[in-house]
Design a binder for this molecule. Structure first.
Ligand code: SF4
Length: 271
C-alpha cells in the first residue's frame, strides 16, 4: 500500500526554463488554462497520480516494451510482456504515489486487458521492425525567434509513419480527434524532420478505449502542412509572450472537472 501525499509537493521550475524550451504538453496546458499552467509548471505543484493516469502510464510502458522487443528481435507476445507489466506496476508506484479512487486489482486487470486487446487487434504486423521507439527529439527554432521544441515520439513505423498511443475512457470523436491533437502531431512532425532530414509520411493515433469490452480506435492523419507549421509557431509565440508577462489568468470551464488544482484555484479565487 502506498501512502498518499495529501499536500502537493513543490519542485522548482524557473521561468527561464519555461521560455527556453517548449513541448506540446506545455503548450496545450498553457493554452487550455494559464492558471493550471502556473500551478503545474511555475509553482511546480505535484499531485499524486490519479488511477486513470497511472493506468495510462502502465499501458504506455507495456507498449513501449512491445515496440522495443520488436526492434531488438526479442520475444514480444503477451506472455513475454506480462512479467514486465507487473514489475512496472510496482516500481511505478514507488516512483510516484497513486491516489487510488478505485480498487487497485481491478484497475490492474483493466490495464492488462487493454494491452492484451492491443496485441490482438493492432494493425502493426508482429514482424515489422520499428524505425524508432520512444525517441526524444529536440528542434532548435532560434532562426524563427522561438525557443527549442522538444518531444518524445512513441513509435515511428517504417517509412516515417509516426504513432502515438493513448488510453481514453470514451471512444474518440472521429471528426474532432485529429484537430484536438493537432498541436502534438505538428510538433512531432517538425521534430521528426529535424532528426532525420526527411518528411514524415503521416500519423496514426492508436486510442486504447476503456469500454466494458476494450477496443482499439486508429485515427490517421497526413503529413503536416505549412499552414499547420505556421499555426504551431504562432502558438509558441503566444506562449512565450504570456509567460514573459506572467499572464496566468484562469479559464473556468469544462476542464475544471478534471483539474488536479481545483482546490488551490477555488480557494485562491482563481475560478
Ligand atoms: S480549476 Fe479550472 S480555472 Fe482553475 S486552474 Fe483548474 S482548469 Fe484552470
Amino acid at each position: 500500500m502506498i501512502a498518499l501525499a495529501l499536500q502537493p509537493t513543490v519542485s522548482s521550475a524557473p521561468s527561464d526554463d519555461l521560455t527556453g524550451v517548449v513541448s506540446a504538453s506545455r503548450l496545450n496546458c498553457f493554452h487550455s488554462c494559464r492558471m493550471k499552467f502556473f500551478f503545474r509548471y511555475v509553482l511546480g505543484l505535484v499531485k499524486p497520480a490519479t488511477a486513470a493516469l497511472f493506468v495510462g502510464k502502465a499501458v504506455h510502458a507495456a507498449l513501449q516494451q512491445w515496440s522495443t522487443a520488436r526492434w531488438r528481435g526479442q520475444p514480444h507476445d503477451a506472455e513475454a510482456l506480462k512479467a514486465g507489466f507487473l514489475m512496472n506496476w510496482v516500481t511505478g508506484q514507488e516512483e510516484e504515489p497513486v491516489a487510488w479512487d478505485a480498487d487497485e486489482d481491478a484497475q490492474q486487470e483493466k490495464a492488462w486487458g487493454l494491452v492484451d486487446m492491443y496485441l490482438r487487434d493492432t494493425p502493426i504486423p508482429a514482424v515489422e521492425k520499428p524505425e524508432a521507439v520512444e525517441v526524444r527529439v529536440e528542434a532548435d527554432l532560434a532562426k524563427h525567434g522561438l525557443p527549442s521544441l522538444v518531444g518524445i515520439i512513441d513509435l515511428v513505423r517504417p517509412g516515417g509513419r509516426i504513432v502515438d498511443f493513448k488510453t481514453s475512457a470514451a471512444t474518440p470523436n472521429a471528426e474532432q480527434v485529429i484537430h484536438r491533437n493537432e498541436t502534438q502531431l505538428t510538433a512531432y512532425g517538425l521534430l521528426y524532420r529535424e532528426a532525420t532530414g526527411k518528411k514524415e509520411s503521416g500519423f496514426e493515433l492508436h486510442h486504447l478505449v476503456k469500454t466494458k469490452v476494450p477496443k482499439l480506435v486508429v485515427s490517421e492523419a497526413p503529413a503536416i502542412t505549412e499552414v499547420q507549421r505556421t499555426k504551431l509557431f504562432r502558438l509558441i509565440e503566444s506562449y512565450v509572450d504570456g509567460v514573459e508577462r506572467e499572464d496566468y489568468v484562469p479559464s473556468p470551464g469544462l476542464q475544471c472537472a478534471s483539474c488536479e488544482f481545483f482546490n488551490e484555484c477555488w480557494k485562491g479565487g482563481g475560478a
